[in-house]
Design a protein around this ligand. Sequence first.
Ligand SMILES: [Zn+2]
Length: 154
Amino acid sequence: MTPGADESAGDTALPVRGPAMRLLPRLEPENEFFWTSGADGKLRFLRCRSCQTYVHPPAPRCPECLAADLAPEVVSGRATLVAYTCNVQEWIPGSGPYLIGLVAIEEDERVRLTTNLVDVAIEDVRTGMAVDVVFDQHDDVYLPLFRPATGVRA
Ligand SMILES: [Zn+2]
């Protein structure tokens, strides 16, 4: 949809997709697994094999027990929205409003990602809502974004 094509609907009533242009992360040996993880549709975080702590952002050692025995591990992709804001400033020409969210993963609420919320109308967003990961692919980079969870979550 082109900007201004339907002013009567109001921008905020539309499901948002995120900014019109993205700055992609630079892949480094320690973070490449994270940014390419979505190739198989799964989200991964480093986890300490000694004390089971999830470690994010990626680090060479576990901050809890200092072990260096960390390996990427698949998580459910389910998370809870902790906080959000709506960006309305048109930093990038053509960008409509989009949502920036902070989500805590189901496996450990201390592990949080700053991300974009997609497939949701701005007025339907609430802190505490259940969200699921969805990946936005740009070449070999899969950005983990989140959308409202489908189905009933136990
Ligand atoms: Zn540890």
